[in-house]
Design a protein around this ligand. Structure first.
Ligand SMILES: Cc1cc2nc3c(=O)[nH]c(=O)nc-3n(C[C@H](O)[C@H](O)[C@H](O)COP(=O)(O)OP(=O)(O)OC[C@H]3O[C@@H](n4cnc5c(N)ncnc54)[C@H](O)[C@@H]3O)c2cc1C
Length: 366
């Protein structure tokens, strides 16, 4: 029997790829509206390492742009601290910023498995020796295992694991804006943070930046784009130039999933369905790809009994580390600006190292 992967986003396609590398038969069901847009995604070094483990190092190197330096700045453009990311991650794991549509195309390219689209799964339940999926037309099919890669509002989580906890608004910010814009002259990952919010820019190629803007301290972020101008209109010149040239504007809630249950019989959760986390440390893609690699290792020997529980055991510590680091930073971001600006030059570099150091090391595998 094969695996059904529900969802064809980064987690779903990465899981399907990882399974095929271990010769496990797999089908992907995607309801059809993969969230790619024209936006980009920031991939820290451990995400780059995880894509390499999927056999995609060369393909990834052709996408987007490397990020060699990070700068944390005040709303008045004072440099609070900087990180030499090139030196930290090394040449094999240089962070990159890439377009989401390019990343999804890379994951799908040459995938030796059917991606059935549009195909919506409405329910999943564990059955002896496998898992049964119900589809939108009412038909049912039994698989050896179902992997829920169906994102924050996962149907697999809600139906196969009724005890699991659903999504909650992130501590950092209730929502965010993401966008693309002409590069206003920045060379690396740069965030300006002030009372109203944080405004992050990352070059995605020589001419274009990807941007992310949110409140701090869980404040509301209006879905009216005038919020951006009202909040950041007096920020430094690069921010103001970007505000004048925004494209692909996208407003979305920032929700997190913190649940004690990632598996029930032969149903498991991967990616955001298991552990969506506010993008403070940009770990969504990294953790999703790692999930898929670990699950594939576990299923490769054909003995799938108890694989879900073993998967959860192997993944829990790393995910908990990222969640704790996200909470620490989100609380610090909510401090009064004068205090944050005073503390960041001292605690910022330490926090960066404390977060990413453990993630530079290989994740536990079976
Ligand atoms: C504002 C914001 C910024 C972010 N920035 C970064 C970043 O810079 N770096 C980073 O690594 N991560 C970032 N993330 C997180 C990252 O996008 C995700 O962690 C990553 O894309 C993995 O998502 P996923 O594949 O698990 O879920 P999704 O991308 O949500 O994919 C789920 C897929 O399942 C499909 N689906 C859902 N339900 C069903 C169903 N019932 N039947 C069939 N198909 C279904 C959907 O159509 C979708 O294609 C950010 C997240 C947010 C909210």
């Amino acid at each position: 029997m094969d695996v059904l992967v529900v969802g064809g986003g980064i987690a779903g396609l990465a899981t399907a790829r990882a399974l095929r590398r271990r010769d496990v038969p797999v089908t992907v069901a995607e309801r059809g509206d993969t969230d790619a847009g024209g936006l980009a995604i920031n991939l820290p070094g451990n995400a780059v390492t995880a894509f390499a483990a999927l056999g995609l190092a060369d393909g990834l190197r052709k996408l987007g742009r490397t990020t060699r330096r990070r700068e944390y700045r005040s709303a008045r453009d004072r440099l609070l601290f900087a990180v030499d990311e090139d030196a930290f991650w090394g040449p094999e794991a240089r962070p990159r910023c890439v377009r989401r549509s390019d990343l999804l195309a890379l994951l799908a390219d040459g995938l030796d498995a059917p991606v059935r689209r549009p195909l919506t799964v409405t329910a999943v339940r564990p059955v002896p020796g496998g898992a049964e999926a119900t589809f939108a037309d009412g038909s049912r099919q039994t698989f050896g295992l179902v992997a829920g890669a169906d994102g924050v509002h996962s149907v697999v989580r809600a139906t196969a694991m009724p005890g699991a906890t659903g999504p909650k608004t992130a501590l950092l910010s209730a929502a965010s804006w993401r966008f693309m814009a002409p590069n206003p002259g920045i060379d690396g990952w740069t965030v300006w943070s002030g009372k109203g919010g944080a405004f992050l820019l990352i070059p995605v190629d020589d001419d274009t930046v990807y941007g992310y803007a949110s409140a701090t301290g869980g404040a509301a972020v209006s879905a009216d784009a005038s919020w951006l101008h009202n909040t950041f209109g007096d920020y430094p010149a690069p921010v103001r130039r970007v505000l004048d040239g925004l494209t692909d504007l996208y407003h979305s809630p920032v929700e997190e999933v913190r649940t004690g249950t990632w598996a029930s019989g032969n149903c498991v959760l991967v990616g955001d369905a298991a552990h969506a986390t506010a993008p403070v440390w940009a770990q969504g893609a990294a953790l999703a790809v790692e999930d898929g690699l670990v699950l594939a290792d576990l299923l490769a020997d054909g003995d799938w009994d108890g694989a879900g529980a073993r998967y959860e055991q192997l993944r829990r510590e790393r995910v908990t580390h990222v969640q704790a680091a996200t909470d620490r930073f989100s609380r610090a971001a909510a401090l009064p600006v004068w205090l944050r600006d005073l503390l960041l030059p001292r605690i910022g570099p330490r926090t960066y190292h404390a977060t990413y150091d453990p993630l530079r090391h290989p994740f536990p595998t079976p």
